[in-house]
Write a protein that binds this ligand. Sequence first.
Ligand code: GLU
Length: 503
Amino acid sequence: MSVTVRFAPSPTGGLHIGGVRTALYNYLFAKKHQGRFILRIEDTDQTRFVEGAEQYIIDSLKWCGIEFTEGVHLGGTCEPYRQSERKALYAQYAKELVEKGAAYYAFDTPEELDEMRTRLEASGVKSPQYNSITRNTMKNSLSLPQEETQRRLDAGDPYVLRLKVPRKEEVRFHDEVRGWVVIHSSQVDDKVLVKSDGMPTYHMANVIDDHTMGVTHVIRGEEWLSSTPLHVLLYRAFGWENTMPKFAHLPLILKPEGTGKLSKRDADKFPQFPLEWTDAEGKTFKGFRELGYLPEALMNFLALLGWNPGGDEEIMDMNRLIEAFSLEKIGKSGTKYDLAKADWFNQIYLRKKEDSDLLPQVQLELEKAGLGRRDEAFVLKVISLLKDRVTFIREFVHHGRYFFETPATFDEDMKKSKWNEHCPNWMREISGVWEGLEDWTHASMDAAFKAWAVQAGIGAGKVLPALRLAVTGMSFGPSTFDVAELIGKAETLKRLRFAAENI
Ligand code: GLU
């Protein structure tokens, strides 16, 4: 099967997580079938154009690891890939539709359209439409004498081009996710195909581009399902129905509570953008990247948000996703946006990384925390001690600050529950014992500590939490002996003595 798919965002803002999922599914499908994957920019609605959005989309998908074979940023055989640069092509096809009698010019002013709606509503019509019945009462090339139409066109009267939707036709298409969809053409209105500024509408440009770019599968969000009958009618009007792409409409992503569609407006509450995004009002939203998610983890999380290979398999890297992906396994019902799951994936993928792969980012976090860059070998050891305990890279620093500086504060709860009046003395005694150690290793500290505890007749379990508190200031973390080995003898003894005097 030869496959061509496309991701066709409108540059109207930051790329939302729903869009990233659409791009991902298209990518997986293209890769699986060694097909073409096009990035096309649908910028026909100039009123919603947002500066920088196109570059943001490109950068975001690159970070995600979603690669195209052609498109606005890569070029290719179907150039240009920006709809605003394809106007001549649309004009040519618009003319063709008029000549075929499948589309017509409509000259109605906004006032006349309003008047029609009011009139029909008054007579009991619930949602008045410009369609096969009402078009006869309006000012268009089907209702006006031919000379009048020509006169208006010659005079440069503003007009739109509308699709002449047949009155009684069945529109059916097979959606790869939902099965057969059948509707009657009387439910579709005579949609505008070319606006009065000469720009095609989304529907017109989308269908022409998908056809001329050889798109075989349209994989897109559920919100476009209701437009598809119109698209089918357009393919029919052009005479392209035989090569019409297959459609797959992806299920909604629901709010974490599970009710209602996740919306861009929720971006305040939980992350939805791949990279940091500043909107038109100057409001900045952190991206998954800035929040410390690994792209591999985010892709695995997103892939399973609406698709499932069956069985229990959950941890799937990009190659495995490509291998397992199929349109048949896309679900029909919406899936909750459960970020706890994204965190879980992040932890898994973080653990899978080589310590050395994490090093540059940990160094960066150290710098951000004002701790400066540190000796690489030392940081690598910190990474290996903490890797199984963190979900995000920044936590190497948040949870492991004591590796890099002497703790100045001590966990309050630990103090209350584990630090008793004997502790200062115990810390002094242990520091005394450890001072005499020849080799400074986990094993030697452990042995000396145990011998001291036996001799002093104290259960090790009573002392260890206090020891951790003294050395790290924290209530949790890797073995205190490991920490002590890494920070060194002098620093450890200094901390024990400081704790003895100050906690
Ligand atoms: N430009 C549309 C969007 O912004 C594309 C929809 C489609 O894939 O047909 O989502």
